[in-house]
Structure formats: C-alpha cells, structure tokens
Design a protein around this ligand. Structure first.
Ligand code: SAM
Length: 277
C-alpha cells in the first residue's frame, strides 16, 4: 500500500486563469463530483484514468479511493501543478499530453476505468477514442447535456442519431444526472450532464466491419428523412431489387427511416450488404 500523503494544491493565487481554448470549466460542485465518483462504482484496487484533471477537484477524490490514478492533462501549467502536488505519491501519474494521442488501454496496462469532465470542444473524438480496445470496464463522463441526450437516445426519439447508434453498438449508456452551469468556474454557456458508459458484453458488429458500420450509420443519418431503400441506393449504389432483398433478409421495411432503426438492425444491414458483396 503506497503511503497516503496528504496532498493539497498550493494556494488559489497561484492558479493560472482558465483557458477557454482548452475548454477549461472547472467543476466545484461537490455533489456533482461525488456523483461522478459514485457512478464509477467501487474503486478499491482499481486503476483510474482521468481525462483533463485541470485543477484536480476530481483527481483528489479518485486518489483517495483507487489503487492507481493516471491523469492526462494537456495544459502544461496545470500538469506541472498536479505533478508537484502528487510528487510523493507513486500511485499517481500525471501525463502531460493530448488525450487523443494516448493509447488509453496501453497506458493503463491492465483493466481500468475512465473518468473525465471532458473538454467540450473534443467530446465526440474522446468518446470514440475510448472505444478502442482494450476498452475501460466503465467510463463516466461529464459532457454537454445535449451530447448526453444524444448518447443515451432511443430509436424514434428526437435526439437519436449517428452518435447514439455508433456508441450504443459498443456500449450501454446511462444518463446519470444533469449539472447546471453554476457548478463550474467559469460557468459554461450550456447545460451539462453526467453519463455512465459500460461496454456491451458482445458488441453488435464484428471488428472487421466496424469502420464500414460507422460510415454507413453516418451516411444514413445524413439522409435521415429518406426511406431505407433510398438510403441503400444512395449510399451503396444498389438497384431497387437488390436493396429490397437486403432489407427483406434482415426484416427491415424498405420505407422505414434511419431514425427508427435500432443499432442491431443497422448491424444486420451492414452484415447483409457485406455478404451480398
Ligand atoms: N477535471 C477538471 C474539473 O472537473 O474541474 C477540469 C475539467 S475542464 C472541463 C477540461 C480539462 O481538460 C482542462 O483541464 C483542460 O486543460 C484539459 N484538456 C483540454 N484539452 C485536452 C486534451 N486534448 N487532452 C487532455 N486534456 C485536455
């Protein structure tokens, strides 16, 4: 057990001002911070990778509970501040880098969970970056409310789209709670929310077809008001007969629109298209 050295950041006066360009909105609402930690589940004995620790409000809670914390921060001043704060802790590692340049699973080097009040300007790339195997056992993100709604949306709902399908093909998404702008310093212009993401036991699309699946889903929602037969004809150049045969084989009505199809139905179509050559 590494020594639990009490660690406090140096005084507030030494804090650099928030950098808008890096999406710096620091969470100070203790209930929201606790909700993130609670959504991660038991942390005893676990490795946590934190994205964008900033001034360390969440980090502080994680290091008290987990066996190991690896925090990835792009801002060199904040990274340096955290390095000093945790210098005496060999169970805390501060990595100064763009999170998108870091292979998260390799860095963790074993099972891990992921947490982050993520910079909103790169939320979607981060969500997909964290889908690369080996995936975290659980990931808890604080994101824009509108993104959280899209992540967790069900077929047929207003917010259901390519993001929902492309995530839900690999993970289960649960909306945890909303967080208002007043919970941050400085307050962002938008509402936020905490979401919990857990990998599906069996992803609904096989690794060899993942890229095709993602592209097909994005293309289909680019034509979201069109019927699926038209979508297939436009995206894949099939004849009406071929398109109908593909859709019939997977039990999807030719006049259904992309916005009502489940991720499983999208996967079935992509698989059928692949096997039909
Ligand atoms: N976790 C802190 C909190 O809750 O108060 C800070 C959250 S703030 C919304 C986002 C943090 O991510 C900032 O500290 C910012 O510097 C950092 N950041 C921005 N872009 C990043 C990137 N590409 N890779 C890693 N960290 C980044």
């Amino acid at each position: 057990m590494p020594p639990r050295v009490p660690s406090r950041p140096s005084g507030r006066s030494t804090l650099p001002p928030p950098r808008k360009r890096l999406g710096q909105h620091f969470l100070h609402d203790t209930r929201a911070l606790d909700a993130i930690v609670e959504a991660l589940g038991p942390l005893e004995g676990r490795t946590v990778v934190e994205i964008g620790p900033g001034r360390g409000a969440l980090t502080e809670r994680l290091v008290d509970r987990a066996a190991r914390v690896i925090a990835i921060e792009l801002d060199s001043q904040l990274a340096e501040r955290l390095r000093q704060q945790y210098a005496a802790r060999d169970d805390v590692q501060i990595v100064e880098s763009d999170v998108l340049d870091v292979a998260l699973g390799e860095l963790a080097n074993g099972p891990y969970v992921l947490a982050g009040n993520v910079p909103y300007y790169i939320t979607t790339p981060i969500l997909f970056h964290a889908l690369a195997a080996p995936r975290p056992d659980v990931a808890v993100y604080l994101v824009q409310r509108e993104v959280a709604d899209r992540m967790a949306a069900s077929p047929g709902s207003k917010t259901y789209g390519a993001l929902s399908v492309n995530l839900q093909a690999f993970v289960d998404v649960r909306f945890v709670r909303a967080v208002g702008p007043g919970s941050f310093h400085p307050p962002p212009a938008v509402d936020s929310a905490i979401v919990r993401v857990v990998p599906r036991e069996t992803p609904i699309i096989e690794p060899a077809l993942e890229d095709t699946f993602r592209q097909f889903v994005i293309g289909a929602f680019g034509l979201r008001r069109k019927q699926m037969l038209r979508v297939l004809r436009t995206l894949r150049g099939v004849t009406p007969e071929q398109g109908e045969a593909v859709l019939r084989a997977v039990g999807v009505a030719p006049d259904a629109r992309p916005e009502v199809l489940t991720p499983t139905q999208f996967a079935a179509i992509v698989r059928q298209l692949a096997s039909a050559g």
